[in-house]
Design a protein around this ligand. Structure first.
Ligand code: NDP
Length: 328
């Protein structure tokens, strides 16, 4: 078996030199363990934080050690009750082709009639993030105006569709016309191409003449400032991610931050793990939306374990539409 190892810690934007694909020894599965052949591997923006040697809500990747991440695989040897050869399961021993894992660290896939890789994206961690960020953290309600950044990504494209299904007006932002057209086709009422020449604040003011009630932040930086500039009284900001800052240390001046006070804006960061115990609520709504054809899923698939670092790096230049995945 082979696994990607963290070879060196990046400064700024990572490069493929920070990763090394090396053989790993796989022990025989002991009592209560499974051998799993991975079929789908997830790359996610939060993994960039794990490449730094700093304390965070997830521990850093160890230098010289195999990396971890979400994966979907097939049980090829079972030494654990309740799992049979051929079962498709989800676990965290990603960034490799095969793994021996404790059955207690493995989840069976939820009973939804979708392709297994969906559980790494819209019907998994990113989808749960979008759902609870919008509904529980920002407490977005029918009739409100929601602005969501990185709207063509895994989290963002789910937020757009759930917000539309719940009767909100949705303004999204994404890089490039093609992505903007696609998110509009998912139901967004207006889209902002943040890579165009129009300043973001001006574009948002035009797209939201009555202001925004909710901002779902995936990007931070200028997007966050634009959201402050356009926020209504009592607006709620769900701070999900700040991808604009994961590789670059340069600060962004938040000129409109003082609006926080007079407009009584509530800004709340969150981590998806806070809501995993409530995942059933998400699956209930997602199943209904899927049945009604109101939840469309898109994946950008990179083939082959060898290309996994490229897939990961592609997240920071917007190579993905929907969820970025690696197929083995
Ligand atoms: P995405 O599928 O959205 O992929 C990342 C996207 O971000 C890219 O496609 C790109 O789209 C956009 N992007 C990259 N760099 C920049 C930049 N400098 N400025 C603006 N946009 C940029 O990833 P996910 O859906 O997995 O994650 C989205 C966000 O949610 C991330 O910030 C992530 O860290 C966060 N997150 C947080 C969780 C939590 O528990 N709080 C859980 C899961 C995700 P484009 O082409 O439009 O630029």
């Amino acid at each position: 078996a082979r696994a990607w190892h963290l070879e060196s810690r990046p400064k700024g934007m990572p490069t493929t030199d920070n990763f090394a694909l090396k053989p790993i020894d796989l022990r025989e599965p002991g009592k209560g363990e499974l051998r799993i052949a991975n079929r789908w591997l997830s790359v996610d923006p939060y993994m960039r934080g794990r490449m730094n040697d700093v304390k965070s809500y997830v521990p850093p990747f160890e230098l010289g050690a195999p990396m971890q991440g979400g994966a979907i695989g097939e049980v090829v040897e079972s030494n654990a009750d309740g799992f049979a050869v051929g079962d498709m399961v989800q676990h965290m021993a990603g960034w490799r082709d095969e793994a021996v894992v404790k059955a207690s660290d493995v989840q069976k896939l939820p009973p939804l009639d979708v392709e297994p890789q969906a559980f790494l994206g819209q019907l998994g961690m990113p989808g749960i993030t979008g759902f609870f960020g919008l509904t529980a953290v920002a407490e977005a309600k029918e009739g409100e105006v929601v602005f969501v950044s990185a709207a063509a990504g895994a989290v963002g494209s789910t937020v757009v569709q759930i917000a539309k299904a719940r009767g909100m007006t949705v303004i999204g932002s994404a890089g490039g016309k093609e992505k903007c057209d696609w998110v509009r086709s998912l139901g967004a009422d207006a889209m902002i191409d943040y890579k165009s020449d129009t300043p973001l604040i001006k574009a948002l003011m035009e797209a939201a003449p009555d202001g925004i009630d909710v901002y779902f932040d995936n990007v931070g930086g200028d997007h966050l400032d634009a959201a402050f500039a356009c926020a209504n009284q009592g607006a709620r900001f769900a701070i999900c991610g700040m991808i604009d800052k994961y590789n670059v240390g340069a600060p962004t001046e938040l000129r409109y931050l003082p609006r926080l006070i007079g407009n009584r804006i509530r800004v709340q960061g969150f981590i998806v793990s806070d809501y995993l115990s409530r995942a059933g609520e998400f699956y209930e709504e997602a199943a209904k939306l899927l049945q009604a054809g109101k939840l469309r899923r898109e994946e950008t698939v990179v083939e082959g374990l060898e290309n996994m670092p490229d897939a990961f790096l592609g997240l920071f230049s917007g190579k993905n539409r929907g969820k970025m995945l690696v197929k083995l």
